[in-house]
Design a protein around this ligand. Sequence first.
Ligand SMILES: [Zn+2]
Length: 292
Amino acid sequence: MTGVVVCVLVLTVFTVCPVLPWTMRQVVAAERADRFVQVVAHADDDLLFMSPDLFGAVLGGRVTTTIYLTAGEGPTGWEDDRDPREYAGDRQAGIRAAYAYLAGVRDVWRTRILQLGRLPVRVDTLAASPRIRLVFAGLPDGGDPRADGGRDALQRMWERGACVRRFTGPCPHPCVRREDVVATLRALYDRYRPTVLRTLDPNPQDWHGDHTDHTISAKFAAEAARGMKLKMLAYRGYTMTGWPANLSWQASRLKEAVFQVYRRHDYRAASGWRYAAWLKRMYPIRPEAFGP
Ligand SMILES: [Zn+2]
């Protein structure tokens, strides 16, 4: 379905604009004239699991769009006193700041809401580098027991046809089903015409080794791309934790520098040994992992 702009907002966020050290830019290979779409579950999955591959398009000024299916609120506000909507907003602010930092421009974005079928999405476009977009679908995080039907909303939508209302979003909230998510992703692909689609691992060997939101987000992304001519790349999520560190010192430093910009906005990511492990690793998966 063709996207219709139902409302336009302008978001202006000014921060001091840090500059990446010149030497760090050299660790990221220049990309060719591809257009990239990433589909992930949470607003740091791209930084943790698809980086530094992700960075080439941003640093090279290519067209790149990252789609975050969930609001990433987790159990915030359920197991502590924080406001979960504020936290979801913090995560969005964090990922915007990280991309602006990587692009070397001010953290100023233009925001609009696209009504794509039954699942509207928020699209933030980096003002000084409008080829960079972040799309937030606002579905409930798998760790949120307040979602319609309880935890694991994405998984229940994928496997059992559950109808679930979004957790965040400025427009009315009808519940949406698997086919609505697929239709919105398909509409976003049609709009942004990726030649390369990056996802998390849709078929981890150890299902319980990764966050189910990661796995299901990859299945949604692949389902929406069915029949389209594009290159699909998948990346291991939590399951890479025990694998050997495989990034160079420089690549790891760059990954850490970008993630630290995000991390200042995410109290749940403030500590944890697994983050240190992920910042030293990136594991792409062979394309056949997508299967039929
Ligand atoms: Zn995640």
